[in-house]
Design a protein around this ligand. Structure first.
Ligand code: OOG
Ligand code: MG
Length: 262
């Protein structure tokens, strides 16, 4: 980074403060062009601040693994972010909107690993490492104004991660291609897709997670949770909403939003 730029830590502080205060900040890219490597360093520094506050890393989230998400956000490369225990929302739980800036939800699948994955894992190795699978909903919340960012901006911002809800873990079916995915709000289906919308097969997202995580100095261990990325575009959250996602043969997961903003 050249000298007239902010340090990795001061950019991390801007993003962390934006998240803590639920207040949007300006995208970094125009003022401080970053390399992908620097963006992941900022992401790690943002996570380090969470760890200092007592949070624990429990997994990885993948981003932009479906055409629907790439088209919605105008970003075309796969990215990863880190999940902490504090981001987890109980299945059937209730969230308060005041903790977020402009949150959205999206239907995903989650994997639980039974052993570590090497950075160059094959699809078969990735499949063999799966302990269980669950339907999931990710709550994303960009710390940037208007939810607009460049690739490096969103990497630095921990891939917009803000929360996630997991359904019950079940044994992974042998075939993960073409399971229907639906996201409904207040009982009305808003988004539909299929597991094959996630890189043709969500197991490929696990392969990509192993590669990207290693590049960014993270690792996938026994017990790690991996969110494979949304199969559909995301939907904005509003007070009082009841959100549910179903993935055929995996089951259902849901949460609701408090009726009033405090
Ligand atoms: C970035 C995160 C993308 C996904 O599932 O593709 C993502 C964003 O959309 O703000 O989580
Ligand atoms: Mg996502």
């Amino acid at each position: 980074m050249d000298t007239n730029m902010l340090s990795i830590d001061s950019i991390a502080q801007i993003l962390d403060t934006a998240a803590l205060q639920a207040t949007a900040t300006a995208p970094l890219n125009d003022q401080y062009p970053l390399t992908i490597e620097q963006a992941y360093q900022i992401q790690s520094a943002v996570i380090a601040r969470r760890i200092d506050r007592g949070e624990r890393i429990i997994g990885i989230k993948m981003g932009f693994t479906s055409q629907a998400k790439m088209a919605q956000m105008g970003v075309a490369d796969q990215i990863c972010g880190q999940l902490t225990d504090a981001m987890r929302v109980a299945n059937g739980g209730v969230i308060a909107l005041d903790r977020y800036i402009h949150p959205r939800c999206e239907p995903e699948v989650a994997f639980l690993l039974k052993h570590a994955l090497p950075h160059d894992a094959t699809e078969q190795q990735a499949f063999d490492a799966i302990e269980a699978i669950a339907p999931a909903i990710e709550i994303i919340d960009s710390r940037y104004r208007q939810f607009r960012f460049s690739l490096t901006d969103v990497i630095a911002d921990n891939a917009s991660s803000a929360g996630f809800v997991l359904g019950d873990w079940i044994t992974c079916p042998a075939d993960l291609v073409g399971l229907k995915v639906a996201l409904s709000i207040d009982g009305e289906v808003r988004q539909t897709g299929a597991t094959s919308d996630i890189l043709g097969n969500p197991v490929r997202s696990l392969v990509a997670a192993a590669r990207l995580a290693a590049q960014a100095g993270m690792s996938l261990q026994a017990g790690s949770i991996i969110l494979a990325g949304a199969a559909t575009a995301a939907e904005a959250l509003a007070p009082g909403m009841q959100i549910a996602a179903t993935v055929a043969s995996l089951g259902k997961v849901g949460f609701s939003v408090e009726r009033c903003k405090h």
